[in-house]
Write a protein that binds this ligand. Sequence first.
Ligand code: BGC
Length: 511
Amino acid sequence: MGKAGFGLAVSCAVVSCTIAAILVGRRVKSRRKWNRVVGVLRELEEGCSTSIGRLRQVVDAMAVEMHAGLASEGGSKLKMLLTFVDNLPNGNEKGTYYALDLGGTNFRVLRVQLGGKNSLILGHEVERQPIPEHLMTSTSEDLFDFIASTLEKFVEKEGNGYIVPLDRRRELGFTFSFPVKQTSVSSGILIKWTKGFSIEDMVGKDVAECLQQAISRRGLDMRVVALVNDTVGTLALGHYHDEDTVAAVIIGTGTNACYVERTDAIIKSQGLLTKSGGMVVNMEWGNFWSTHLPRTSYDTDLDADSPNPNDQGFEKMISGMYLGDIVRRVMLRMAEESDIFGDATCRLSEPFILRTPLMAAIHEDESPDLREVSRILQETLELTNVPLKVRKVIVRVCDIVTRRAARLAAAGIVGILKKIGRDGSGGVMSVRTKTGEPSSRMRRTVVAIEGGLYASYSMFREYLSEAVAEILGEEVAPYVVLKILEDGSGIGAALLAASHSSSSVGSVTLL
Ligand code: BGC
């Protein structure tokens, strides 16, 4: 090889080495970035851990807080509100009743036809409408005028099957799914707003009266005879179909639970007497808090950015209003730590851009190439060409966030069972059957569950029932039934309107 040839060879080698070094450098850099993404994921996994030990601590904390909330006003973050519902519909209710269900993203009006003993619910009609967003932060008059006008149009469509006796006004059960201090079964004062609603002039006002006034302004002949929380409506319907129903849970835009309590356990209202000796208590468990809850920096930030910081802590980890936004926050952090989404990450900074139903769709995408995930990332977040391995990470994030939510809700449910002695901690009784064979028995306990998140997110349901069974153990779990209800909160309000109607006779079941 001549001198020139040697020089060329050396230059080629130098160039190749440089290119190789650049490539290796890039690969190292990209591996480092990927490792950071994996690090964020691992940290999330650890932060959201809901080991059985931790769940048991949450169960105990829930039961303890329930006691504290019943002992004194303000004794706990759990408000444990009296509902004045001391009896539940039993099937004797007869006639046509209306219900109005306000509390989430949708607002519903219902007409329910009750057939009396043995015929039960003959039929019901429902009309759903999204609440125009501006009304959620407007004035009480605007909101209730909108509701009353929707109700008026609905009443106009009353068919022949739905004739209300001429000598009676139409009666309505109003499901209002926010914390209300009830003053009777048909009246109550709004304590505070949740779930993104914020109509300042309504706080402290009687909610049923606001609706009644709006109904009168429209000249509609209708009376509000029951004001109920959605949990209470759900319990009423659950109990109507199955007398072993002792508690109801809502997992939708927000979350909450109610249950049947003995009046002598409601220490804060000493002297409270009911014919039945029991009363439904609206726990407002969305505001539950315990140091045992697995809280991450995403939860802290979400809370700080919310219109109600330090409020509704349990709800912010569980309900449909927030889960999608927790996932968005994790994705944003991943984007900031690396370039997994390229440069186009600005939409990820928009709060609530990733709604929970989309998050559920991402989570439940079963296609091998995660096509649905790609579509949602592109259409909602404007993230294009996201590689499969990144899409898989996003699915995993959804899984972690949902699993935590469902397992915490499960711990909440077992907490209630513990408080009322239905968690089997007293042991499963040994009894002798007619044939003299020993057998074990515990009272069957039914928990009615309703809410868009629970109803339409099968992974959530699976995780929840799995966790309830895990906490209770295999001996007790078969005695606890989780029953999903549809439109329970609305139909239940109509049932309660019927059992509290001026014309109701003997339409009660003692609790
Ligand atoms: C409200 C509860 C309601 C729950 C479910 C919460 O934000 O405070 O009253 O039952 O959402 O709708």
